[in-house]
Design a binder for this molecule. Structure first.
Ligand SMILES: [Zn+2]
Length: 383
């Protein structure tokens, strides 16, 4: 019995490592990276203008707001330079983990392409770019993937419409798209700070800081956007997170200008909305994740807005099958310097650690990706 359990764990770990390599070679996309050949790709995206207001215009007393996202058309590629070699290590932290047998080094990062067979994939209109899965290194690995979604930054997204809900019913709260609408902007371009900085630029800088903190803490990170123009609409980003991550955090600054503080978007207390799948099966997780991140932010010294949340019907929430939350870390008047964002990033990371301590991942994203790619366990495990 005990042997079976240990063997099972070894199989899972070995399978996951192999999966990562295998996926990098096939379904993970056209540009997989080996640990020793990480390259830096220069961003060619043009700066994006725009004005659309952040969906999460939430703030209004009206309590509406759509967590918007933005858009544009362009291209642009990875601007992060990879570092490091793949950490072969695994295991670690969790008490019940076993030390894996030596396996090939896990690459530091891999590209994953949009898969049109994924659930809700056909609801997305913009999904030509891949995302990047960064692997944590060393013994602190948690085998948990966090999707970090820097909001907006998709040129042309303003001109495309997608359904607000997977069953094509109407939105139950207002926002940049009003209550009652069945379709909304596929992804909007975000707000502009009082100092002229684009929200898309500020949240990308924050996303990179969050990524670094999460990797250090042992989380793998699915960077939904890591350049100025990523051709993925809000549904595509959500579908990527659903299939390749264990939770989804989208980063935004609100479109108000009172420097009111940090909050997250909770699920509206609306019976029909909470009865609609996949909201019905996941809304409690979304709100629990939001509360955990709020607590982490507060502990890190981030100023919190009012009760810390606003209820909105967001595209992200409506299509999420993993714990998912839109976080508004400030607004048009907030300090978005790197120093200020580092504190926010620490808070978000602390919140995610808290969430996953309380909600351990079973059969998580890495395991699911392994299964999807074939009978890896049969090929790699020698009982
Ligand atoms: Zn935003």
């Amino acid at each position: 019995m005990k042997n079976n359990i240990i063997w099972g764990r070894q199989m899972m770990i070995t399978g996951m490592l192999a999966a990562s390599l295998l996926l990098g070679a096939c379904s993970m996309g056209n540009t997989s990276y080996k640990a020793d050949q990480l390259e830096e790709v220069t961003s060619s995206a043009d700066a994006e203008g725009m004005t659309a207001d952040d969906a999460a215009a939430a703030s209004d007393a009206a309590g509406t707001g759509a967590a918007g996202e933005s858009g544009k058309n362009g291209n642009g590629k990875d601007s992060d330079s990879g570092t490091g070699k793949g950490g072969a290590g695994k295991s670690g932290l969790q008490a019940d983990r076993v030390t894996p047998t030596p396996t090939p080094a896990m690459p530091a990062k891999e590209k994953i392409n949009f898969d049109p067979t994924w659930e809700y994939a056909d609801e997305s209109k913009i999904h030509t770019d891949p995302v990047t899965l960064w692997h944590a290194k060393g013994t602190k690995r948690k085998d948990i993937v966090v999707a970090v979604n820097a909001g907006h930054g998709c040129s042309g997204g303003d001109t495309v419409q997608t359904y607000c809900h997977p069953d094509h019913t109407a939105k139950v709260t207002g926002g940049s798209t009003s209550s009652g609408a069945t379709m909304a902007t596929a992804i909007n371009s975000g707000m502009t700070f009082n100092d002229g900085t684009k929200e898309a630029e500020a949240v990308l800088q924050l996303a990179k800081l969050v990524k670094e903190d999460l990797l250090k803490a042992g989380f793998d990170v699915l960077m939904i956007r890591d350049n100025d123009d990523t051709q993925l609409d809000n549904i595509a980003r959500t579908v990527f997170a659903n299939n390749c991550a264990d939770c989804h955090i989208s980063l935004h600054y609100d479109s108000t200008a009172g420097d009111k503080g940090f909050f997250y978007i909770r699920v509206p207390d609306n019976a029909s909305y909470k009865a609609m799948e996949p909201v019905a099966s996941n809304w409690e997780k979304h709100d629990a994740l939001g509360e955990a991140i709020l607590a982490g932010a507060e502990e890190s010294g981030v100023r919190i807005f009012s009760g810390g949340s606003i209820a909105l019907d967001l595209t992200q929430t409506s299509y999420s099958t993993v714990p998912s939350v839109d976080v508004e870390v400030g607004d048009k008047s907030s300090d978005h310097s790197e120093a200020a964002q580092k504190i926010v990033a620490e808070g978000i990371t602390a919140g995610l650690e808290k969430y996953f301590r309380e909600n351990p991942v079973k059969d998580g994203a890495l395991a699911r990706l392994t299964k999807k790619s074939g009978s890896l366990s049969e090929k790699t495990v020698n009982p």
